[in-house]
Design a protein around this ligand. Structure first.
Ligand SMILES: NC(=O)c1ccc[n+]([C@@H]2O[C@H](COP(=O)([O-])OP(=O)(O)OC[C@H]3O[C@@H](n4cnc5c(N)ncnc54)[C@H](OP(=O)(O)O)[C@@H]3O)[C@@H](O)[C@H]2O)c1
Length: 365
C-alpha cells in the first residue's frame, strides 16, 4: 500500500455504549470530511477483534463484523507494532475503562500513535503514569486528548486548559461530577418538597440504570475522586492518586463487605437514619445536602464528600442527573464560570471523543 499523508488510520478499542455511539459519529465525520481520509483499521472488544493486512474496515459494518469475528484481539504491544507499520499516521480511540489499555498509552505515544479517550484510568492513576504519558507525547510529537474523562461531552477539560494556558489564575474548582450522585441527591433532598427515603432513592436509581450494577461502586466516591485528580493535575497540583486526599464514602461501614449489590440494597434501609439526620441538619439551616468535589488551588487541598448549600446556590438547583462544574478564577472574580448539563450517556460522551479526534486531526494531518 502506498504511503499517503492524506489518510489517517483509526483503531477503536472497546465497542460498548460509548464505542458504538463513537462509531456512528465517526461514520458521519468520515462522510462529511473527505480529507484526510479516515480509515478504520482495527476494532476490538475484550474477546474479539477485526483487522486485516490492508488496514481497511468498513465503518458502517464494523459492529456486525466484530460480532461474527473469530479473531482474538492483538496484545497491546502487537497493536502498537501493527499501527506503527501502517502506511500513514494512526490514532487509538480507547473506549474501554481498562487499566491495561491505559498503561499502554506511553508505548503507543512513543511510537507516534495519538490517543483520544473517555477512559479516566490513565489520567487518574499514579502520577508517574501521567508524567510518562505527557513526556512520551512531547518527545514523539503524538497527541493525547481525554475531554470525556470528566463530565462526559461537557467542555470541562478544554475550558480548564484554556484558562490555565491564557494565564488566568484558577483559585477553586467545585462541582457535582457524578450523574448518579446528582440524581440521588436531587431526589433525596430536593430544593422544594421533602424528598424520598435514601435507600428507596438508591434502589430507584439502580432500576433506572443510573448506577453501576453494584451501587457501592458509585457510593464509594472513587469515580468522583478520579475526576478531581484529573482536574487538580491540570490545574497544576501534582496529586499522587485518587486515594491521596479525603474522599467520603456513603457506604455504611457495616455494608462494605456484604457479598453482592442486591444484598447491599436489601440491607440499606436499616441505615436510612444516618442520611436522614444529615438532611435534617441541612434543612435546619435552610440548606440542602449535595455530594461534591472541590479543589482549593491556593491551599492545595482536594476533597470529595457531602456539603451543605443554600437553596439558591446553583449546585442546589441542579436537575435530574446533570453535572455542574464551577471555575473560580482571578478573571471571573466572584461569579464563577459555570458549565452544566448531562455528564453521562453514550451519545454525549462519544461527542467529546469525536471532538477530541477532530482536534488531533487538525494537528497531525
Ligand atoms: N457511558 C457513559 O455515560 C460514560 C460517561 C463518561 C465516560 N465514560 C467512559 O467511557 C468508557 C466506556 O464506557 P461504556 O459505558 O461504553 O462502557 P461499556 O459499555 O462497558 O463498554 C466497554 C467496552 O470496552 C471493551 N473492553 C473492556 N476491556 C477491554 C480490553 N482490555 N480490550 C479491548 N476491549 C475492552 C468491552 O468489551 P466486552 O464487551 O467484551 O467486555 C466493551 O466493548 C469508560 O472508560 C467510561 O468510564 C462513559
Amino acid at each position: 500500500m502506498a504511503t499517503t499523508t492524506n489518510q489517517i488510520f483509526i483503531a477503536v478499542i472497546g465497542a460498548g455504549g460509548v464505542g458504538k455511539c463513537f462509531l456512528s459519529q465517526l461514520a458521519t465525520l468520515a462522510a462529511r470530511r473527505p480529507t484526510p481520509k479516515l480509515s478504520l483499521c482495527y476494532i476490538s472488544s475484550s474477546k474479539k477483534a477485526v483487522f486485516n493486512a490492508d488496514y481497511s474496515i468498513g465503518i458502517e459494518n464494523a459492529l456486525q463484523e466484530l460480532a461474527s469475528s473469530s479473531k482474538q484481539p492483538l496484545s497491546l504491544p502487537q497493536l502498537a507494532d501493527h499501527l506503527a507499520a501502517a502506511p500513514s499516521k494512526a490514532i487509538v480511540v480507547d473506549n474501554t475503562s481498562s487499566q491495561d489499555v491505559a498503561d499502554a498509552y506511553p508505548l503507543f505515544l512513543s511510537r507516534g500513535i495519538s490517543i483520544v479517550t473517555p477512559n479516566k484510568k490513565a489520567f487518574s492513576g499514579s502520577y508517574k503514569l501521567w508524567q510518562d504519558i505527557f513526556t512520551a507525547a512531547a518527545t514523539a510529537g503524538s497527541k493525547v486528548y481525554h475531554e470525556s474523562s470528566v463530565g462526559a461531552g461537557l467542555p470541562v477539560i478544554s475550558t480548564l486548559k484554556d484558562l490555565v494556558d491564557t494565564g488566568d489564575e484558577v483559585t477553586k474548582i467545585e462541582g457535582v461530577f457524578s450523574g448518579t450522585m446528582s440524581f440521588l441527591f436531587n431526589s433525596f433532598a430536593p430544593v422544594e418538597g421533602s424528598g424520598g427515603q435514601w435507600s428507596a432513592e438508591v434502589k430507584k436509581a439502580k432500576e433506572l440504570g443510573y448506577t453501576e450494577p453494584d451501587p457501592r461502586d458509585d457510593l464509594n466516591g472513587l469515580d468522583v475522586a478520579r475526576k478531581l485528580t484529573i482536574l487538580a493535575r491540570l490545574a497544576g497540583l501534582p496529586v499522587e492518586s485518587p486515594t491521596s486526599f479525603p474522599v467520603q464514602s456513603l457506604i455504611p461501614k457495616e455494608l462494605e463487605t456484604v457479598s453482592s449489590g442486591d444484598e447491599f440494597l436489601e440491607k440499606l434501609p436499616g441505615f436510612d437514619s444516618q442520611m436522614e439526620e444529615t438532611k435534617a441538619a441541612a434543612e435546619k439551616q435552610g440548606k440542602v445536602v449535595r455530594f461534591v468535589g472541590s479543589i482549593d488551588v491556593a491551599s492545595r487541598s482536594v476533597k470529595v464528600g457531602l456539603e451543605m448549600f443554600d437553596k439558591s446556590h446553583p449546585i442546589a438547583a441542579l436537575k435530574g442527573s446533570d453535572n455542574i462544574i464551577s471555575f473560580y478564577t482571578k478573571r471571573y472574580g466572584s461569579n464563577p464560570l459555570i458549565i452544566q448539563g448531562a455528564g453521562a450517556g453514550g451519545d454525549v460522551t462519544a461527542m467529546g471523543v469525536t471532538s477530541d479526534l477532530i482536534k488531533v486531526l487538525s494537528q497531525i494531518a
